[in-house]
Design a binder for this molecule. Sequence first.
Ligand SMILES: [Zn+2]
Length: 204
Amino acid sequence: MNAVTKSPDPTRCQLQPGDVLLVTDIQNDFLAGGSLAVAGGDEVVPVLNRYIAAFVAQGLPVYATRDWHPPGHCSFHAQGGPWPTHCVAGTHGAAFAATLTLPPDTTVISKATSRDREAYSSFQGTDLDSRLRAAGIRRLFIGGLTTDYCVLNTVRDARHLGYEVFVLADAIRAVEVQPGDGRRAEAEMTSLGAHSITLNGLAA
Ligand SMILES: [Zn+2]
């Protein structure tokens, strides 16, 4: 009953000024038919759309991150990296899903834009932290792809930077290079002090 095990009840949470929604890597290459399709990845899009609507209704900001690699990025197989070619800047594969209803004033954060640098965290090599601080953001609500890479690493950095973090448990999916990676990532995020919520836990 105690400590680190995930509670079956989502944290209930009232949105407030200082909150931001961070939509992580909802790009065609990570969805069905993409070069690095994540199992169940498409399922998170309608759920994220509902989170987006909730944030927009409260006048709260929405940020969207994207993998935005140059051709020949170090993470690609051809360069000895772990992944197939994906999310090359400006290509259809790198575009946000057409079904994702981002508001027109969404702040877009591009990451891993240098050929010889990988970045799983949306804070790594970007101005995300300074933008959030300038906007007075204290609580970060993060969903998207993937649980065991970009979501996990972004949550790690966010916690180290002192943000309160809510992981959208119903709007994340894992790559699962090793079976169980997603579950382990969720456990680590919980151990870092991130809260886990679902749409039902979000009080209007
Ligand atoms: Zn990538």
